[in-house]
Design a protein around this ligand. Structure first.
Ligand SMILES: NC(=O)c1ccc[n+]([C@@H]2O[C@H](COP(=O)([O-])OP(=O)(O)OC[C@H]3O[C@@H](n4cnc5c(N)ncnc54)[C@H](OP(=O)(O)O)[C@@H]3O)[C@@H](O)[C@H]2O)c1
Length: 174
């Protein structure tokens, strides 16, 4: 098992703008996301991310999609698109521990915070867009600062993706 976490943030640390706005993300980031999804076997996300991004998910995909929710019954209308579970992220990860599957954590802030506080994951792909949103959905929940987050990680690679200055940072855990 290998776990990758992928996120795109604004310069001021948001993963979505007010009302879930995602228009600030660059096409280059979209390419990174698309390729990373291709490269992985199991996609894991919170119900907020699933509901916001569900148009991306086709029926009959070769990928296993797992959506975390406290109330799987609430999502029966979408059961053809994903497996909804109230299992803990850590237990889901453990269930793949002896397999060669590649797991991808797609967010949102609940899952990112859980990964970082419980040290779940091997690699983090973080796109930083040169945009200040001012408000929206924070990358991490308030008990974790971006500084604390980066302190526990090793920067493996950094790439500028376009002339606007979108940056892709690749971290591994300590
Ligand atoms: N820029 C990016 O890289 C990026 C990435 C992902 C998402 N987003 C955006 O961020 C927004 C969604 O993020 P979010 O932080 O609001 O939502 P989220 O983390 O995707 O989902 C939150 C929900 O997930 C469920 N959940 C989380 N942890 C759980 C656990 N341990 N056990 C059971 N259920 C759990 C709960 O669902 P229930 O309420 O159903 O119980 C919770 O309300 C959307 O606008 C999306 O487009 C951006």
């Amino acid at each position: 098992m290998y776990i990758t976490i992928i996120a795109a943030i604004s310069t001021d640390g948001f993963i979505a703008g007010p009302d879930g706005d995602m228009e600030w993300l660059s096409p280059e980031d979209a390419k990174v996301l698309k390729q990373t999804i291709k490269d992985n076997d199991v996609l894991i996300m919170g119900s907020g991310t699933f509901m916001a991004q569900r148009h991306m998910f086709k029926v009959n995909s070769s990928k296993t999609r797992i959506v975390l929710t406290r109330d799987p019954k609430k999502y029966t209308a979408y059961s053809h698109l994903a497996n909804f579970t109230s299992a803990m992220l850590q237990d889901i990860a453990l269930s793949y521990a002896s397999s060669s599957k590649k797991l991808l954590i797609l967010g949102g802030s609940h899952l990112y915070t859980e990964c970082l506080t419980q040290k779940i994951g091997n690699k983090i792909l973080l796109t930083v867009e040169p945009t200040v949103l001012g408000n929206g959905t924070p990358f991490l929940q308030s008990n974790l600062s971006l500084h604390e987050f980066t302190k526990n990680l090793h920067l493996q690679d950094q790439r500028i993706l376009n002339t606007e200055g979108t940056k892709l940072l690749t971290y591994s855990y300590e």
